[in-house]
Write a protein that binds this ligand. Structure first.
Ligand SMILES: [Zn+2]
Length: 154
């Protein structure tokens, strides 16, 4: 850019609305062509659109994260309800069997072998919880019946 007064070179300063000529001291108003204005506007609207787009992406990410957390919580609660619903009758049954074993042991100590044998034959889990657990109580029954047999023959 040249100074319109003296023809000296002016360093353009786009920050300010005026240029100052270092040779003659003229103050020259910055005149942006209408093309510059259109380009500026284009740049501004492009930046603005990009900002809006980034904001939208950010919000969508946050929303999908919230949905993910909610789904996780719902799933966890659902899983707990299922575990509780399946587990509760099983553990209640296990407590019954444990009480029965204590009764049988008391009967054996008291010499009531008939009563002990009757109760020992009732030791069966078979609640569909797991075949491993079923087997454990089958073994317990077999052990107690054998013990009663031994005590009786003493
Ligand atoms: Zn000048």
């Amino acid at each position: 850019m040249k100074c319109p007064n003296c023809g000296g070179s002016i360093i353009q300063d786009n920050e300010n609305e005026f240029h100052f000529c270092p040779y003659c001291g003229s103050i020259i108003p910055q005149q942006k062509s209408s093309l510059d204005k259109v380009l500026d506007f284009g740049r501004f609207s492009k930046e603005h659109k990009e900002k809006v787009r980034q904001q939208k992406v950010k919000e969508e990410n946050e929303n999908s994260r919230s949905v993910g957390i909610i789904l996780l919580v719902v799933f966890a609660v659902f899983a707990l309800v299922i575990i509780f619903a399946v587990g509760r009758p099983h553990y209640a049954r296990v407590r019954e069997l444990e009480a029965l074993v204590q009764e049988i042991e008391a009967d054996i100590l008291a010499g009531n072998y008939d009563a002990a044998e009757l109760k020992a034959n009732r030791i069966r889990l078979e609640d569909g919880y797991s075949s491993e657990q079923d087997q454990k109580w089958d073994d317990e029954r077999a052990y107690l019946l054998k013990l009663i047999q031994e005590k009786r023959s003493q």
